[in-house]
Design a protein around this ligand. Structure first.
Ligand code: DGL
Length: 281
């Protein structure tokens, strides 16, 4: 028998309709870059954030490990919060777990995948940089995006675990060392053709959190693009709303064990998640 979901009541809006809620999921703080874009577009939306610190970094996990874990974790979160939409704000997970997650959940599932198509439309030099986790840059899914949308471009890839760590540290309040950011991105530009890169796809949701540092470590002609704003527009379309003015009903951040909550609290609060809860899975 199915257990009754422990739903938190949605705050009724002025129209008497329950306010919709959306769950944003990542391995760590990366999904905050997506949650921030959703909040900008729909300030009145109730957002719940979930981060799987117990399994961070996802970029070093096998596809089988992610397929076994992510749909199961998201199903548990869906049973508790009954969100209308689940956003997997993680390229590393989305490029492998989307079918299994859609099969496991009732909510609409929105994935975050590398912004190859807009990059191909933007590049003048036809040389694109793809900066993701080691998992994302080697995925078949990513190769299909390149074949489908950027077959006339040279795509230089680099997978970095270091940048994920630097973004996490930044949101714990540790100023990232510019030399460390430069060293982490250098292998992208050191490849043949690297000097011609004019668009870099930030194919990991942690990386927009380092946008300033990455821009300073890149040639002035390089444009950095990510999928955050497109995800926010997709959420708006799926909700079928024109606007949702703020303030938003409070929604918590749910973290699996392993995070330094004390250090992360201000960053979560800055993104509107004042309450942090640990979920032991
Ligand atoms: N934020 C995740 C992404 O978009 C990856 C971070 C990790 O490796 O856990 O790919």
């Amino acid at each position: 028998m199915l257990e009754a979901p422990q739903m938190q009541p949605d705050t009724p809006s002025q129209t008497g309709q329950p306010a919709p809620s959306v769950l944003v999921f990542d391995s760590g703080v990366g999904g905050l870059s997506v949650a921030g874009e959703i909040r900008k577009l729909l300030p009145g939306l109730r957002l719940i954030y979930a981060a799987d610190y117990a399994f961070l970094p996802y970029g070093e996990k096998t596809e089988a490990q992610l397929i076994e874990r992510v749909p199961r974790l998201l199903a548990a979160l869906e049973a508790r919060f009954a969100p209308k939409i689940v956003v997997i704000a993680c390229n590393t997970a989305s490029t492998v777990v989307l079918p299994a997650t859609r099969a496991a959940l009732q909510a609409e599932v929105v994935g975050t995948v590398p912004a190859i198509k807009p990059a191909a439309a933007l590049t003048q030099t036809k040389v694109i940089g793809l900066l993701g986790t080691p998992g994302t840059v080697r995925r078949t899914y990513t190769q299909h995006l390149i074949d489908d949308f950027a077959s006339d471009c040279q795509v230089l890839r680099h997978g970095s675990v270091e940048l994920v760590g630097l973004a996490e540290a930044k949101l714990r309040g540790e100023k990232p060392s510019q030399a460390a950011v430069e060293a982490a991105i250098a292998p992208l530009y050191a490849q043949p053709g690297g000097g011609d890169v004019d668009v870099v796809v930030l194919a990991c949701t942690h990386f927009p959190l380092l946008a300033e540092e990455l821009a300073a470590a890149s040639a002035p002609k390089v444009r950095l693009i990510d999928s955050g704003a497109a995800i926010a527009r997709r959420v708006k379309t799926l909700l079928g709303v024109q606007s949702l003015p703020g303030p938003a009903p409070a929604g918590p951040a749910i973290l699996t064990p392993g995070a330094d909550i004390g250090a992360l609290k201000p960053a979560f609060a800055a993104y509107g998640f004042d309450e942090i809860e640990i979920l032991d899975v």
